[in-house]
Design a protein around this ligand. Structure first.
Ligand code: 13P
Ligand code: SF4
Length: 366
C-alpha cells in the first residue's frame, strides 16, 4: 500500500540552506531513478539541482529519452504535460508546484479554438486549407486538437521549420496562442505583414472580414507573453545611443518592433549559446526573462563581456518563480517515501493525439 504523502506545510517554513542540503541528499538516495529537468528561467536555488537544463525543445527531447522512473520538471505546467506525453507509461512526470502555469498558454483554450475553427468553416473549409499550429506553450488538449486536424506543435527553436512543413500541407496556418512568435517567424519567411491577421477570440469571426481571412497566410491568435511584452524598442534605442558597438539579442516572444531592432532573435538556448560564443569584451542587451539574464551576466563577467537586461523594470516570469527549493524538496522526499505528489497525467486519448502533433514537430526539427 502507498504511504500517506508528507504534508507540504512544514516544508514552506524551511530556509533555503536546509532545503539545499536535503535536496542534495534526496537526489543522491534516488540516484538513477530520478531526473530533474530545469528550464532556463528557473531561479538559481532550483536551477543548480537540474540534471539537464534547456529550452522547451531540448527539454522535451530529454524527457522523451530519459530512462528515469521519475521526471521532476522545474518549469511550468505545459512542460510537465509534454514530459508525461513523450515518456513511457510507467514513468511519472512531476511538477513541484501545480500553480506554476503559463499566462500566455492560458490565453487559448479548446472551447475558443474549436469555436474559431467553426467560424472559419463559414468562410472556407479549414480541414482542407488551414494547418493548425500550436506553440508548445499551450495545454495538452490544444496539442491534441492539432494532432486531430493534421496540425503540429512548434517551439521558439523550430518555428520556421514547422511553418515550412505546415505550408507544405495546406495553404494557410492558424497559429496559437502567441501572435508574436507567429508574426516574427512568418516575416522571416517573407510573408508580408498584411497577410498575417490577428484573430481576436473575444469578437465574432475573430473581428475579421471574409476578405481578411481569404487574403491571410497566417491567422495569429491574439495571445502574448506578459513578460516579453515589457521590452520596448525605446530600450534598444537608448542602449544603442550609449553603446553603438553593443549587440542586441531577443526572444521571439518579443514584439515585432523589438525583434526588428535586434541583431539576433532566438530561443533561450540560442541566446545563451550566442552570448557564450561571442568575442571576449562584447556588450549585450538581452530581451528575455531576468533569471536567465542575471545568470549570463555573472557567467560572462570573467570574459569581460557585459550583459544588460533590456527593461529598466524588473520582469520575471512569476509562474516559473513558483518552483522554489521548498516545493522541490517536498516532491523529492515524497518520492523517497514511495508516495509521489503532484504527478501530471494527461488522459490517454488526449495524450495520443497530442503525441501525434509533438512527434510531427520532433521529426521536422533541426
Ligand atoms: P524557450 O523554448 O525559448 O526556452 O521558451 C520558453 C518560454 O516559455 C519562453 O517564454
Ligand atoms: Fe509563459 Fe511568458 Fe512565463 Fe514563458 S515567460 S512561461 S511564455 S508567461
Amino acid at each position: 500500500m502507498q504511504a500517506a504523502a508528507k504534508e507540504q506545510m512544514p516544508y514552506i517554513m524551511l530556509d533555503d540552506d536546509e532545503c539545499e542540503a536535503r535536496i542534495v541528499a534526496a537526489k543522491q538516495a534516488l540516484g538513477e531513478r530520478l531526473v530533474i529537468l530545469g528550464h532556463h528561467y528557473q531561479r538559481d536555488e532550483v536551477f543548480r539541482h537540474a540534471d539537464y537544463s534547456g529550452d522547451s525543445l531540448k527539454l522535451s527531447r530529454e524527457a522523451a529519452h530519459s530512462k528515469a522512473e521519475f521526471i521532476v520538471f522545474c518549469g511550468v505546467h505545459f512542460m510537465a504535460e509534454v514530459a508525461d506525453i513523450l515518456s513511457r507509461p510507467d514513468q511519472i512526470a512531476i511538477l513541484p508546484d501545480l500553480s506554476a502555469g503559463c499566462s500566455m498558454a492560458d490565453m487559448a483554450n479548446l472551447a475558443k479554438v474549436e469555436h474559431a475553427w467553426q467560424e472559419l468553416a463559414q468562410v472556407l473549409d479549414p480541414d482542407e486549407t488551414v494547418t493548425p499550429v500550436t506553440y508548445i506553450n499551450s495545454a495538452a488538449d490544444l496539442k491534441a486538437f492539432c494532432g486531430a486536424h493534421g496540425g503540429i506543435v512548434c517551439t521558439s527553436t523550430n518555428a520556421q521549420h514547422v511553418l515550412g512543413w505546415s505550408f507544405r500541407q495546406r495553404e494557410k496556418v492558424l497559429f496559437f496562442p502567441d501572435q508574436h512568435l507567429g508574426r516574427n517567424t512568418g516575416f522571416k519567411m517573407d510573408i508580408p505583414l498584411d497577410e498575417m491577421v490577428v484573430w481576436d477570440y473575444d469578437k465574432p469571426m475573430g473581428g475579421l472580414s471574409k476578405e481578411d481571412i481569404h487574403k491571410a497566410k497566417i491567422i495569429l491568435w491574439k495571445g502574448f507573453c506578459s513578460v516579453h511584452q515589457m521590452f520596448q524598442p525605446e530600450h534598444i534605442d537608448r542602449f544603442k545611443d550609449k553603446f553603438p558597438e553593443g549587440k542586441v539579442i531577443s526572444h521571439p516572444e518579443c514584439s515585432f518592433e523589438v525583434c526588428q531592432k535586434s541583431d539576433y532573435v532566438g530561443s533561450t538556448e540560442y541566446i545563451i549559446k550566442t552570448i557564450r560564443d561571442s568575442e571576449p569584451g562584447t556588450r549585450w542587451l538581452v530581451g528575455t526573462e531576468l533569471n536567465l539574464v542575471n545568470r549570463l551576466h555573472d557567467e560572462c563577467k570573467a570574459d569581460g563581456k557585459s550583459v544588460h537586461f533590456m527593461s529598466p523594470t524588473v520582469c520575471m516570469c512569476s509562474t516559473m518563480f513558483r518552483i522554489d527549493p521548498q516545493h522541490l524538496l517536498w516532491t523529492l522526499e515524497n518520492l523517497l517515501d514511495g508516495s509521489p505528489v503532484n504527478q501530471i497525467k494527461v488522459p490517454e486519448k488526449e495524450a495520443r493525439l497530442a503525441r501525434t502533433a509533438l512527434e510531427r514537430m520532433l521529426e521536422v526539427s533541426p
